[in-house]
Design a protein around this ligand. Structure first.
Ligand SMILES: *Cc1c(COP(=O)(O)O)cnc(C)c1O
Length: 953
């Protein structure tokens, strides 16, 4: 596209930013601006933002470049990495992503642009895929219920510790948490960070030395251990239970195809990662962690849980179970802060199990084990000692000479990564990608002339006796043809950004450009082990470091860490930095954090996890922080105020004018200011939290910076701080000393998706970024203005303007008509839309955020649908349709519902082709409205059988 081909464009050239931003033609911009009474974008945003924070100073970033130029630069960075053959193991393994899954899940916008399945009627595909994941995990671990993913193995273990602490009511308050000495070091590091925050003493214990001499409430074992050793867990579990402790087992899913399941052996819960089920190592992430629990603990599970229920016609339908456990609702009573998880990766891992089936997984595991046995036999033949006879894939070798460094260096020079344990020991972990040539090369490094293949390939002592993956879904899609069609069938059931707008307030569902996504599968990024030597990872570290610097420039902070792998983890890291700062300054008792009642639920949950006490601050009639209440609370807590945590612009969708005053008041009282940066899409290029008074923020790269939502993850939640907090950022490596330690397993968190945000910033440049923000504000205000005559807009700020989102208040309409926000949300499905955010932050309202990426036609289509729905509500109010039988309460309408007897007082056409819907391009929901309560009363969180599904027809 050239500038000449865009005669109506007022902008110099049609660069990437003109493709990212939906409203680019000058007549459209003018139309929207004049609806609001403004002459230019600059005039609009000057009026919308408080003068005290507004800046016209351009961001100090290089000018944006084209897709092609960006990719060329990124290729140069990728070329600085060296992808050696990794035998490092330690929780990260080589794996083959089946091509059919790589192309039709990982690279398919139908999967990666979807939102968290809170609207289950338009999410049946990803809900079924997550149910496959849960069933895989529950079966392999021998547990009853598995959740729909955790952020990684380390944080899953930390959550397990917290679960054991609160579920073990018989243990005394000062009982310790035991971590087996053979647990992965990064897991221990993440658990230690969390334990310190929660005041839980951690004791690393070697069970070979007998029972611990102390009371413990729970224990974490690794299976197989970090050393590769497989221990008989049964006596350890029995001993722990005899001591009234709970037992968590961090288990390798592939090994579990051969090993007796932790659940069968009596463990209370299992955690781990599903990385080696087809998800590349990616320098540490993202991958789906998992947690599974025995019967009786399912209601204590953190994270999301998919369950089976039924729809209004009684058909089987899936939805998130026990949604009242969501953190939005539980706030400071929350037991975990996890919100965004790892859905896309869980879908991949579940599909890997579906594709291979139990026999295929077993064959992979047997081959891996046979290769490990060959490594062990070869090492022994070369005169070394195999330390543990019982292993699955990882062999610890005591070298005949104390020359670990030499062997590791020689291997590295030859393109192989071996793990050094100490001078005398190395470790070799094989995986499904290991080849005969690899084994021959390893033999050479060990000083053996040939590979010794043992006879009988080493039977596993703790061999599995129980079956797994019996469900038909794991037997019906083992051919590529069937797998392709299954993936297509599921994604066809869902509504994602590839179908239309997803106007979810607070979630910023903007374009995830194809060029931004390109690099995530490049082997130079995807193939890196997180603990590969620094020489091998120069390019990815340079890319991540550049991104951190750019984010620091955009936010006005002095330092940024991309380690937190979700917004919630960024909150935790930021609050830990504040705590460490107060301790450093001799104020360990400052532990009160003030949080406005409108805040996202993760804020309060993260504060509790960081060991802080939450005190809510009231909001005034305009939706702003109530300054009088704030004054009162600051005085009340003058000695123990740690921080205030405010979202800016607020979750009420307005730019509070008093933000600088709020910051100053808290600073004067000795507190720190945490600005939740999830709404940064309203600020980029216009205002910088680090300059207008905040000390620390997290950002959501999966909102403002274009990482796709993936149906509920992955995400990245970088934490940015001013200089005085920089020493308290998360550690840069496992070995580095840091007051906070690691907040996620890998030093750069979900490193392999960082190129997405890098690409976005590089292509937009300072001008594109600023115009994107201005356009997001323009669109939100245009929607608010056009809908104001139909639905009251709950809050506006200066000049009657909103920020980048607006809240539509339906409470009065509901009171008058009986039509609820739920009815409107479900009716929007019939009109071909995903609903806005429902009942957050105010019950009975809808929060709309169009983002800059939607063009005028799509924005108008949405407004027209909302106006048409308002007319339908009026028809109910006027008695034209009965309150109990109208297109709103019956929404959404399936194709199947049309061919039954039609007794409704409205026509089939009105049901499924309401105003503005093109019958040729209709989105058909596969199920009708889902009965939430039924599924919670009959909790089922694994796949229905083929028979149950057949009976449902
Ligand atoms: C999305 C969001 C969060 C939480 O981010 P996750 O990545 O889901 O953990 C926190 N605060 C606000 C205002 C948000 O919108």
């Amino acid at each position: 596209m050239t500038a000449e081909s865009l005669p109506t464009s007022g902008f110099a050239a049609a660069g990437f930013s003109d493709r990212h931003i939906g409203v680019t033609t000058q007549p459209h911009v003018h139309h929207m601006l004049s609806t609001l009474g403004f002459g230019s974008l600059e005039e609009l945003t000057t009026a919308a933002l408080p003068e005290s924070i507004y800046t016209t100073e351009p961001l100090s970033l290089a000018a944006g470049v084209s897709e092609e130029a960006m990719l060329a630069e990124l290729r140069e960075l990728a070329a600085k990495n060296t992808v050696n053959r990794s035998f490092l193991g330690q929780g990260y393994y080589g794996t083959f992503t089946p091509g059919v899954i790589a192309r039709n899940v990982l690279e398919s916008p139908a999967w990666y642009t979807a939102y968290t399945p809170y609207q289950p009627e338009i999410s049946q595909g990803r809900l079924e895929a997550l149910l496959n994941f849960q069933t895989t995990v529950a079966d392999l671990t021998g547990m009853v219920t598995a959740n729909a993913s955790m952020l990684d193995e380390g944080t899953a273990a930390a959550e397990a510790m917290a679960l054991m602490r609160r579920s073990n009511r018989s243990a005394s308050a000062d009982a310790v948490f035991l971590v087996d000495a053979d647990v992965f070091p990064q897991t221990l590091a993440v658990v230690t960070t969390r334990a310190r925050a929660m005041g839980i003493p951690v004791l690393v214990h070697d069970f070979d030395a007998g029972a611990p001499g102390q009371e413990y409430f729970g224990v974490l074992l690794q299976y197989p251990g970090d050393s590769g050793r497989i221990r008989d867990l049964a006596p350890l579990i029995d001993a722990a239970h005899a001591a009234k402790a709970l037992v968590g087992v961090a288990a390798d899913l592939l090994a579990l195809t051969l090993l007796e399941a932790p659940g069968t052996l009596g463990a209370d819960l299992a955690v781990g990662t599903s990385q080696r089920f087809g998800v590349p190592m990616g320098f540490g992430g993202p991958h789906a962690g998992y947690m599974a629990v025995r019967k009786g603990l399912e209601r204590a599970l953190p994270g999301r849980l998919v369950g089976v229920s039924k729809d209004a016609d009684g058909h089987i339908a899936y939805r998130l179970a026990l949604q009242t456990r969501e953190q939005h609702i539980r706030r400071e009573k929350a037991t975990s802060n996890i919100c965004t998880a790892q859905v896309l990766l869980a879908v991949m891992a579940g599909m890997y199990a579906v594709y291979h089936g139990p026999a295929g997984l077993l064959a992979i595991a047997e081959r891996v084990h046979a290769d490990a046995a060959a490594v062990a036999a070869t090492a022994a033949a070369a005169g070394h000692t195999v330390v543990h006879a019982d292993f699955f894939d990882t062999v610890r070798i005591r070298l005949a000479g104390a020359n670990a460094d030499q062997i590791v260096a020689a291997a590295h020079a030859g393109g192989y990564l071996l793990r050094r344990i100490d001078d005398a020991h190395i470790q070799i972990a094989v995986d499904e990608t290991t080849t005969a040539a690899d084994l021959a090369a390893l033999a050479g490094f060990l000083g053996a002339a040939t590979v010794t293949v043992p006879t009988g390939a080493g039977a596993i002592a703790a061999a599995r006796t129980t079956g797994y993956l019996d469900n038909g879904v794991f037997h019906a899609h083992n051919s590529e043809t069937q797998m392709l069609r299954y993936l297509r069938k599921l994604s066809d059931a869902d509504y994602a950004l590839d179908r239309g707008m997803i106007p979810l307030g607070s979630c910023t569902m903007k374009l995830n450009a194809t060029a931004e996504m390109a690099a995530i599968t490049w082997p130079e990024f995807a193939g890196l082990h997180p603990y590969a030597p620094a020489e091998d990872t120069v390019g990815i570290v340079e890319m991540a470091t550049q991104l951190e610097a750019w984010l620091a420039e955009i936010t006005g902070y002095d330092a940024v860490s991309v380690q937190p792998n979700a917004g919630s983890q960024g909150e935790f890291a930021g609050l830990m930095a504040i705590r460490a700062y107060h301790v450093e300054n001799g104020n360990p008792d400052r532990d009160i954090v003030l949080i406005p009642t409108s805040a996202h639920g993760t804020n309060a949950a993260s504060a509790v996890m960081a060991g802080l006490k939450v005190v809510p601050v009231a909001t005034d009639g305009f939706g702003n922080v109530d300054i009088d209440d704030l004054k009162r609370l600051i005085t009340l807590h003058e000695d123990d105020l740690a921080a205030i945590m405010v979202t800016y612009p607020s979750t009420h969708g307005v730019f509070e004018t008093s933000i600088t005053t709020i910051c100053a008041m808290v600073h004067d009282a000795g507190g720190q200011v945490y600005v939740d940066g999830a709404n940064l899409n309203a600020l980029v290029g216009l205002a910088r939290p680090g300059k207008f008074g905040a000390d620390v923020s997290h950002l959501n790269l999966h909102k403002t910076f274009c990482i796709p939502h993936g149906g509920g993850g992955p995400g990245v939640g970088p934490v940015g701080v001013r200089a005085h907090l920089a020493p308290h950022l998360p550690a840069r490596s496992l070995g580095q000393h840091s007051s906070v330690g690691l907040v996620s397993s890998a030093p750069y968190g979900s490193a392999s998706i960082l190129p997405i945000s890098w690409a976005y910033i590089r292509m937009m440049g300072p001008d594109g970024l600023r115009r994107a923000t201005q356009t997001a504000i323009l669109s939100a205000n245009y929607i608010a203005r056009r809908l104001a005559g139909h639905y009251p807009v709950l809050y506006t700020g200066a000049h009657d303007l909103v920020a980048h989102e607006c809240i539509l208040d339906l409470r009065g309409i509901t009171a008058d008509s009986g039509v609820s926000v739920d009815d409107v949300a479900k009716r929007l499905i019939d009109y071909g839309f995903h609903a806005p955010t429902m009942s957050f932050p105010v019950a009975g309202t809808l929060m709309v955020e169009p983002t800059e990426s939607e063009d005028l036609a799509e924005v108008d289509r949405f407004v027209d649908a909302m106006v048409a729905i308002r007319r339908e509500i009026a028809a109910v109010q006027d008695g034209l349709w009965p309150a109990g039988d109208n297109p709103l309460v019956n929404a959404p309408h399936t194709a199947r519902s049309l061919v039954k007897d039609w007794t409704h007082p409205y026509s089939r056409e009105e049901a499924v082709f309401p105003a503005g819907v093109d019958p040729r391009a209709k989105y058909w929901p596969p199920v009708r409205r889902i009965d939430q309560a039924y599924g919670d009363r009959h909790l089922v969180c694994s796949c229905p059988s083929i028979e149950e599904l057949a009976a449902d027809l």
